[in-house]
Each structure stands twice: as structure tokens, then as C-alpha cells.
Design a protein around this ligand. Sequence first.
Ligand code: G
Ligand code: G
Ligand code: MN
Ligand code: NA
Length: 254
Amino acid sequence: QMILREMEFAIEQKQFSIYLQPIYSVVKKCDTSAEALVRWVHPKEGMISPARFIPLFERNGFIVRLDHYVWEEVCRLLAEERDKLGRVVPVSVNVSRLDFYDENLLEFFMGLMKKYDLEPWMIKLEVTESAYTDNPQQIMTMMRRFQDAGFKFLMDDFGSGYSSLSMLRNLPVNILKIDMKFVQEIVTSFRAAKIMEHMVQLAHDIHMEVVIEGVETKEQVEFLQEIGCDEIQGYYFSKPMPKDEYIERLAGSP
Ligand code: G
Ligand code: G
Ligand code: MN
Ligand code: NA
């Protein structure tokens, strides 16, 4: 309880800030979306990485409150793009498995769309593959309702350990985001490279798009172009950046 009150205080103090990492389209040869990644700028500890606090927040339940905050901040960003630039580049947000326990999740998103005068295609939902193992039936039902409303889903970290082909068969996911382990091993592991190639092929055959994240070298980019992946996210193109820097970058590109 004590901790939760401190967390709420941290939100009020604006200690959490949203960073955006642009995602590059291989086909269009420009950035076509971005992922929102939260950062905690702690008054005493400085910048704390989500890898440290997200697991903690998933245990104490605070992640639900934080995610709602992040989604709203992202909507404010999208509205700012619309007002300042006259166009909107879609952003994907992370959705924790705990968020799906809320029966009114879709209503919350629709409320944001209304409040900021946005459309569902502008915000994509990224759910890590391990989340789906929790209560697949409930998540699937919820996802269908989101899709009927016009939202798209990405399956995050695909191939990291919980993936099964029945997930691909059953879940209404639009975009597959392949775990960065694969791309990091394409040079050293023949298997990683081949699996990657065939995952892209498989995804396309079932009408899903593919995003590869964690891309850091030119060699990797060339390989990914060759195997036909759709979008690339990684330090090679850009690191996650603060909101103002992201808007400036958008303003300077077509
Ligand atoms: O940016 P970084 O690699 O440090 O992120 C670490 C992890 O934290 C990633 O798995 C990412 O999906 C997760 N994460 C980042 N921002 C958010 C967020 O706003 N909500 C949730 N639920 N997870 C996030
Ligand atoms: O779990 P999720 O995929 O949402 O988290 C993505 C994480 O990967 C973020 O924490 C982000 O900071 C990190 N990331 C983004 N690009 C790269 C990259 O090129 N290399 C590495 N090692 N990490 C990256
Ligand atoms: Mn993600
Ligand atoms: Na990931």
C-alpha cells in the first residue's frame, strides 16, 4: 500500500517519461511507426530501466496504472503531431497481461480516442508472447473486440520461449515482432538465420507483417532486406528518444 502511494506520487511528479523508438519500413524506406518505451527518472536513483521496474510493477500490480498513464501520454503525443504537423505516425504501446483482466480495457482506449480525437489505427497494441499463455480464452475474446473496433496487435518477443504454433493459428494478431535474439545470432548461427528467414515467410503466408527489433548493424539490415522483412527497429536506425526530439525528427522528414 505504502509502495503504491509512492508510485502514484511518482506519476504526479512526472518521474515517468515516454521515449519513442522509430521503426523503419524496408519497403517505404522511411520511418512508418514507433514504439513507446517508458523510462523512470527517479529523483535519487536517476534513470531506471524498465527491465528493472516492469517486473516489480507486474508483481505489485502498479503496471496497470502506469500503462494507462503511458497510453494517455502517447495519445497526447499523437494529438500534438496532428496539430503541429498535420499528420500522425502510428505508435505501438506495450500492454501487460495484467491489463487484460480489466473488462473495460477497450472502453478505456475508446475513451482516449474520443478525448483526443484520434482513430484506432494510430495506436497499436504490443503484447509479449508470454502474456498469452495466462488466460488465452479471455485475451482472445478481448483482442477480437479490439480488432472489430479497428485496433491492431503486435506479438512482441516472438520466439523467445513461450511461442507455439497454435498461438499463431488462433490469436488475432496482425504483426509479428521477432525476438531480438534471432537477429543478433544470424552471423554466428546458421539455424538462427534460417529460422528467421522461414518465420518471415510463414508470417507473410498467413497475412501477417513482420517487425525485427534489436537491429544494430548494416550486415543485419542487408540480411533482413534480403529475406523480405517489413519493418526494422533498432539502434542501427535510432535509439529510443524523448518526445520533443521525436516530434522534431518527424517535422524534418516527409
Ligand atoms: O526499453 P527497454 O528495453 O528497457 O524495455 C524493457 C522492457 O520493458 C521491454 O520488454 C518493454 O516491452 C517493457 N516496457 C517498456 N515500456 C513499457 C510500458 O509502457 N508498459 C509495459 N507494460 N512494458 C513496457
Ligand atoms: O520487450 P520489448 O521488445 O518491448 O523491448 C524492446 C527493448 O529493446 C527496449 O528496452 C529497447 O530499449 C531495446 N532495444 C531497442 N533497440 C535495440 C537494439 O538495437 N539493441 C538492443 N540490444 N536493444 C534494443
Ligand atoms: Mn515491445
Ligand atoms: Na521485444
